[in-house]
Design a protein around this ligand. Sequence first.
Ligand code: 6PG
Length: 315
Amino acid sequence: MVCRLLRPRNISRSAFPPRRAGGPAARRGHNTGMSDLYEIHRPPTPPRLPGSVVLRPDADTVIDALAADLLIHAHNCVRTFGDFHLALSGGSTPVGLYQRLMIDPGYRDLPWTRTHLWIVDERRVPFDDEKSNFKMISEIIGDHSGIPREQVHPIFAMAPDADEQYQRTLRETLGWRERGHDRLDFVLLGMGADGHTASLFPGSPALIESLADIRAGGVTPETALVRINAGPTVTPPDRVTMMLPLINAARFVAVQVVGAGKRSMIQKIVAAQDDPDMAVKLPVLGVRPVGGELRWYLDHDACPGAQLPSDRSPR
Ligand code: 6PG
């Protein structure tokens, strides 16, 4: 089944713009002539967020940092456990990272043959729909990575029991690992301008259940790991999503946030992070790995307090 879904598509170099040489200003396509010498921008201070913060000048250098950490974690996990369980998000933010992993020779030795690829959340659409996260991820990474097809785990989002199916696959597959290793190794999340992460939207049923389960003590054999999420606060179409107890059990959770459109939400998260009741309004605040590490990857545009160069206005 999976084989049929991984539709190979040639990735030609021309499909991706070559990385420009030079510093961040050159990458953004700025005129790097004399006038730049007089435009002095104070680098922003990394905001205080739960976990650690990696702050880079632009989206491209954020990818550098994130891809380097991913590579290290993948190798460490394979060395320690024999395999690597990676869960990837959809949305537009991680597309550049996925492309970089495929085309930059520096990342070609990511141990794909020992990697299991999971999907953090999925829209309830067929696999050939443009809104399908699996379509995007498998077209970029899929066959090009050399990952064995049986190690690619799509969410069969159109199935009436899509959440139970995926939860079963997770429990069975991770259950084969030794006790203590039965968790995801690396979860990549994005964040919406409304503070949602995965498909856990503000005030939505899956978020409320997730937060209640966290209060009850985390992952037990009964805890929901995956849920169908729908309702007035869920941006259509309906979703299937990993739940917070599963995400929070991971060894490493990376949250990639770039662009000035996310800046005011980062500001809100900074202000609300010590209030445990705020996660129902700002879902990303519910991401608090229990034994693992949480790391944010931000660019200057997303960073509160950063000076925007005079020639750019918030996107
Ligand atoms: C998805 C995601 C979702 C995403 C945010 C940010 O499937 O859309 O998993 O949580 O990360 O909506 O989306 P952008 O990267 O497009 O801003």
